[in-house]
Design a protein. Structure first.
Length: 192
């Protein structure tokens, strides 16, 4: 686990932060629309490229449909190894690779220069201010301290208020929360 430097330009302020590489227990969890490449050592006929369906399943030779969504890659490797070992192969070695990640989107609306839908990175978290920067930044008529994140959690809509001045003027980077797929970032207009 190492540390790397991350530079962020937001509203004319250059932020420099040290980012710690993710530890091994933060393993990627398979999602619908991911494309997986699965290889079984010394079994080239079993090499499979599969897209995870909306139901979270893939189809694999000999085994048929298998539920994989929500499962870390290492857990899927273990599951396939056990299933193949049970009825088909002696001591199989299975490797799973994410060939292409599903696309996570966030919606930025309101008083920003380019409102719209933006893709979130699969390699790192995207924060509220980073999303606003992707949308061209605040318009002159924006009320940045009224910024809200609208998120669905456990089937319920929740609103998270973001006071941008705390982040940009007071250096409270912890207030610049990471976004989740399908979040809506709304920047209201100022009434003055």
């Amino acid at each position: 686990m190492g540390v790397r430097t991350k530079l962020i330009l937001c509203m004319g302020i250059l932020w420099i932060s040290l980012v710690q590489d993710s530890p091994g227990n933060d393993e990627y969890v398979i999602q619908p629309e991911d494309i997986l490449e699965i290889k079984v050592f010394e079994e080239p006929d079993m090499t499979t490229r599969a897209r995870v369906t909306a139901r979270g399943e893939i189809s694999f030779p000999l085994l048929g449909k298998i539920k994989v969504s929500g499962m870390p890659v290492s857990r899927l490797e273990e599951k396939l190894t056990l299933l193949l070992e049970k009825d088909y192969l002696v001591n199989p070695h299975v490797n799973v690779f994410i060939e292409r990640y599903h696309t996570k989107k966030v919606f930025v609306m309101g008083a920003v220069k380019s409102p719209g839908t933006y893709n979130l990175s699969n390699e790192k978290e995207t924060t509220v201010l980073e999303a606003i920067t992707m949308a061209g930044g605040f318009m002159e008529k924006a009320a940045p301290n009224g910024t809200k994140v609208i998120r669905v959690k456990d089937g319920q809509g929740i609103t998270i208020k973001i006071k941008v001045a705390d982040i940009t003027k007071k250096g409270r980077k912890d207030k610049d929360i990471p976004l989740k797929a399908n979040d809506i970032v709304y920047v209201p207009e100022s009434f003055f």
